[in-house]
Design a protein around this ligand. Structure first.
Ligand SMILES: NC(=O)c1ccc[n+]([C@@H]2O[C@H](COP(=O)([O-])OP(=O)(O)OC[C@H]3O[C@@H](n4cnc5c(N)ncnc54)[C@H](O)[C@@H]3O)[C@@H](O)[C@H]2O)c1
Length: 217
C-alpha cells in the first residue's frame, strides 16, 4: 500500500474516528459515501478528508466517492488491526482491572494474555480466566510469549522500573497510563494516555460557552 513518509500525528489520531464512523456505515448497509458527505457528517472539510486519505494513496474514485468496505479494509490495515497483538497489563488495581474487563480489545485484535502485580493479595486471582502473576515473572513471560504490548497501570513512582523490565523482556510497545514520562531504549514505541487531558478539553469548551453567555448578559 502506498504510504507517505512522516505522516503527522494529527492525521494518525483522526484514523480511529474514521474507522468507527465507517464501521457504523457498514453496519447500516451503507456501501458508498461521497467525500463531502463523509466530511460533513464528521465535521471536517472535504479537502481535509481527501488530504488525510491521500497520505495513504487515497481510497476514493472520481465521481463515485468511497466504497465503505474498501475504506474499512484500508483503515484496518493502516492501523495494524489485522495483526493480532498480544498484550499484558501490569498493575491490576482500579485501572488495570477495568482495562482487563474491557472485552472490546479482543474485537479489535488485541489479545490480553497476561496480568501482573506485586501485591500478594492479588497474585493468584483471576480476571476473565487470566491468572494474575507476580511481577518477578514478567520478563520471562514477555520473552517466552513474544508479547507485543505492555500496558502500564502501576503507580507513577515505579513506572520507569516496570517499563525497564518490559523492555528487557523484549516488549515492542508500551501503553503508558501513568503520569510518568518513561524513557525507553531501542525502537520500543510508547503511547501515553491521559484521560484528564480529554476532561480539560471538555472544560475548555464549557468555559468558552459560559464566557459567551456572560458576554451576552
Ligand atoms: N492515564 C489516565 O487517564 C489515568 C487514569 C487513572 C489512573 N491513572 C494512573 O494509572 C495508574 C494506576 O492507577 P490505579 O487507580 O489503578 O491505582 P491502584 O493503586 O488501584 O493500582 C496500582 C496497582 O499497581 C500495583 N503495583 C504497585 N507497584 C507495582 C510493581 N512494582 N509491579 C507491579 N505492580 C505494582 C499495585 O499493587 C496495584 O494493584 C496510576 O499511575 C494512576 O495515576 C491514569
Amino acid at each position: 500500500m502506498f504510504k507517505k513518509k512522516n505522516i503527522s500525528l494529527a492525521v494518525i489520531r483522526r484514523l480511529p474516528r474514521y474507522l468507527r464512523y465507517v464501521e457504523d456505515l457498514l453496519n447500516h448497509d451503507v456501501m458508498r459515501i461521497s467525500s463531502s458527505e463523509l466530511s460533513q457528517r464528521m465535521g471536517y472539510t472535504a479537502s481535509q478528508v481527501r488530504q488525510d486519505f491521500n497520505n495513504f494513496g487515497g481510497f476514493g474514485q472520481q465521481g463515485y466517492g468511497y466504497s465503505t468496505q474498501v475504506l474499512y479494509e484500508n483503515l484496518v490495515k493502516i492501523l495494524g488491526l489485522d495483526r493480532n497483538f498480544k498484550m499484558v497489563i501490569v498493575g491490576v488495581g482500579n485501572l488495570g482491572q477495568a482495562l482487563a474487563n474491557y472485552a472490546n480489545f479482543y474485537k479489535k485484535g488485541f489479545r490480553l494474555i497476561g496480568l501482573f502485580d506485586i501485591d500478594p493479595q492479588k497474585v493468584g486471582k483471576t480476571i476473565r480466566d487470566i491468572k494474575i502473576e507476580h511481577i518477578d515473572r514478567l520478563k520471562d513471560f514477555i520473552k517466552k510469549n513474544d508479547v507485543d504490548i505492555g500496558v502500564l497501570c502501576v503507580p507513577a513512582d515505579v513506572a520507569q522500573e516496570v517499563a525497564d523490565i518490559m523492555v528487557e523482556g523484549g516488549i515492542k510497545g508500551i501503553w503508558n497510563f501513568t503520569a510518568k514520562e518513561i524513557e525507553v531504549k531501542g525502537d520500543v514505541v510508547v503511547e501515553n494516555v491521559h484521560l484528564i487531558d480529554s476532561l480539560m478539553v471538555l472544560s475548555y469548551k464549557l468555559n468558552e460557552k459560559l464566557l459567551e453567555k456572560e458576554r451576552i448578559k
